[in-house]
Design a protein around this ligand. Sequence first.
Ligand code: SF4
Length: 633
Amino acid sequence: MPFGYSGNILHIDLSSRKHWIEHPPENFYRTYMGGRALALYYMLKEMKPKTDPLSPDNLLIFAPSVITGTPAPAIPRYTVCAKSPLTGAQGEAEAGGWWGPELKKAGFDAIVIKGGSPTPVYLYIKDGKVEIKDATHLWGKDTGTTQMTIREELADDKIRIAQIGPAGENLVRFANIVNELKHFNGRNGLGAVMGSKKLKAIAVRGTKPINLFDKEKISQITKEITKRVMDNPLSRGFRELGTPGTVRPAYEAGCLPSYNWTTGYFKEGESLTAETYNKTILKRTEGCFACPIRCKRVVEINEPDLKVNHAYGGPEYETIASLGSICGISDLKYIAKANELCNRYTMDTISTGMVIAFAMQCYQEGLLTKEDTGGIELTFGNKEAVLEIIEKIAYREGLGDLLSQGSYLAAQKIGKGSEKFTHQVKRQEIPMHDPRLKTGVGLQYALSDYGADHMKAAHDPFFKDKDSVGIKEMKGLGILEPVSPTDMGEKKVALFKLWDIYWTVFDILGVCDFGYVPRSVGTMEELLEIIKSTTGWKTTWFELMKLGERSINMARIFNYREGFTSKDDTLPEVFYQNFKGGPLDGQGAINKKDFEKAIKLRYELMGWNQDTGIPAPAKLIELGLNWLIKEVK
Ligand code: SF4
């Protein structure tokens, strides 16, 4: 019996309604370990290039890791992968919560789903048993109703449910997947893939503990990290303010993305800060499985004309900016309501806010009219309009149908030069961090295999001076010297090569980015010890970094097969221009030539062709990916 994992990969064909269990050997687990690496193995082996993402031939893979479910702190995450209907590239999103650990306890290391059902279904997985159940009565229902109904009909309120709401059913290209109503596989439209398969939910329940190699050691490390979480100002502050704590420094610096990225200056910024949030809408904080940090926000509003249900969590920093300042809105209560609607219907809040802001700018410039909006005055700052448009996107009504395609495709349809109001990389709307002040984040936006994402690496300020956590705690990776957040030279490129790989290891293993260095108090050594004590493997950071690099190369090849080239590794034009307004007015533009040079250097450091960005066969051999060499010849 292996430790940490069960050796069971569940395969489901929704077309034939058959399922079977694969038992890969230990070396398979040691090579891929879980998450995106494991998922990419199946996507590259079993999916033909140019597969329509919304067809039954797309694979939808749910993958925790060999250490998911260990009681050690902040390792609750699991990955969902498929070809993305938003980007057309490798699609991927990680979620925390409780679902991943429960799947492991139910006896499975991953689920690989293919085909599509003609009628709505949900999966019920309990202690190794699998059933495909009718979900006709759940189709069209919001997430709260679906969760309650499934728990009632299976007579078990401890069942964990990953599911889609109406936006996923209606194939909104940025629909997401949620577990426990508030933990999201947020980006890349993976909820639409689930909807295209008519798969409403996956309900899991496991009553057996996970087999751990050294339970006592894990318990000792857990106690030590938990004590530090309570004592350390960094993790205490994170619990008190959560990700909304990012609003104040961003708005005070003048880089809070506002009005569809036309400025970083949002003069009502104080009304969006974590301090205002805590005073006005916060009900309590919550955590994920086995996490003492408890950074998640839960809000509630009970006013006669505005109610927000606490069951759907509360807005994080990305949502406050994307459904707030990006749309010119400064009312946290309305942002909380917009967040609740997105969560009920399962829509990514970053893409939703960005696509609405794009439409607002088109409206402002006369490219969309009141006739196009169905009579809605779609001006920046119109908070009621945002709520109305969210409903229309989820149900693909009127203008909502166009916006449900994402800003890139919507601009293609509108034409008239509207493309310049979209801000996306590989067709995915950019998150709420300005790369003009964090150039490493810019490199990651451009190079991310699944479109612009802020979780592709730790951000530049963690390495800005000798007292930064990244410099003090991570010398073991060879990071010895600080680099300025706005530097775009060789040191920055080399640093972010390491960061990309290190953070990718977190994604593969289901480790929360907010639990370990440089974002929190768990150390690299402790994380390594947790992996060893869970699996019994005498692993090293060398092996883990190769694991991360392996998955980056696999994703690169997947995208190459889909037609992506080095031209797609770029940034939106807005970042090559200076800030407008506020303290940074007239400064900050990224030098395009420097940026392009940095991308080429990164290719070289990765062992990719300097011009095309295609992995060299020798690199694939080094990573044990010989089976992919035929793809790059
Ligand atoms: S730090 Fe926050 S998001 Fe991460 S596992 Fe803990 S509660 Fe969840």
